[in-house]
Write a protein of this length. Structure first.
Lengths: 113, 114
């Protein structure tokens, strides 16, 4: 079972920031938070990950609360192409040789013009 | 950019047929994975491989086998396809030294078994 809880759907206006929340209240100390997205009929796409600190890359920012029980993925200027299902995943690091990603139901983000 | 390609986007096969799904990655990744994705069930790991000729069972290996003869290629084989194997099949790869959650997926193969 997924260890995360996400709202089933969200809307966002094009050009505005999309803030996607994720609850992972049972996260363990050695578990990372990952975000993926899946555009309709395509494979999942890795976005970003973090352990304790906030992270930013060219796609998004990840804000993790100090107690690590929740996080928020921020798409700073959402476009229509960001419409997708966004998955928040919590998993330990198995040293790279394993890594079974447990995808929950995710949040369907709809970016509207 | 990492590129993971799968041999077909859509495939229709008959019950009892032997089915080969091919996956190729071009980034010299050591690890490769096969998942299936079904509505309401999310992604489920079928098999993974962390080196050439090595394979490990995932959560649902029954009815499937795999082959990794070359580093860049990981094949999923359905020995005798059944209707309950109708699904979206996703291949992924990752670097051995990377965090295990950072995987790169192909576009998927939607297999229908009639």
């Amino acid at each position: 079972d997924a260890k995360t809880t996400q709202p089933p759907s969200m809307d966002c206006a094009e050009g505005r920031a999309a803030n996607l929340p994720c609850n992972h209240s049972t996260i363990s100390g050695n578990e990372y938070v990952y975000w993926y997205r899946q555009i309709h009929s395509q494979g999942p796409q890795y976005i970003i990950h973090g352990l304790k600190n906030n992270e930013t890359n060219e796609m998004a920012s990840l804000i993790i609360t100090e107690d690590r029980k929740s996080s928020t993925l921020i798409l700073p200027h959402a476009t229509l192409r960001d419409t997708a299902v966004y998955y928040c995943i919590v998993t330990p690091d198995y040293g790279g040789s394993q890594g079974n990603l447990i995808f929950g139901k995710g949040t369907k983000l709809s970016v509207k013009p | 950019d990492v590129k993971v390609t799968q041999s077909s986007r859509y495939l229709v096969k008959r019950t009892g047929e032997k089915v080969f799904l091919e996956c190729v990655q071009d980034m010299d990744h050591e690890n490769m994975f096969w998942y299936r994705q079904d509505p309401g069930l999310g992604l489920r790991l079928i098999y993974f491989s962390y080196d050439v000729k090595m394979k490990e069972k995932g959560d649902i290996p029954e009815g499937y086998s795999v082959s990794r003869e070359k580093k860049e290629r990981f094949s999923l084989i359905l020995e005798s396809a059944s209707t309950n194997q109708t699904s979206m099949y996703l291949c992924a790869s990752s670097l051995a030294g990377a965090l295990s959650g950072e995987q790169y997926f192909g576009p998927g193969t939607r297999l229908t078994v009639t």
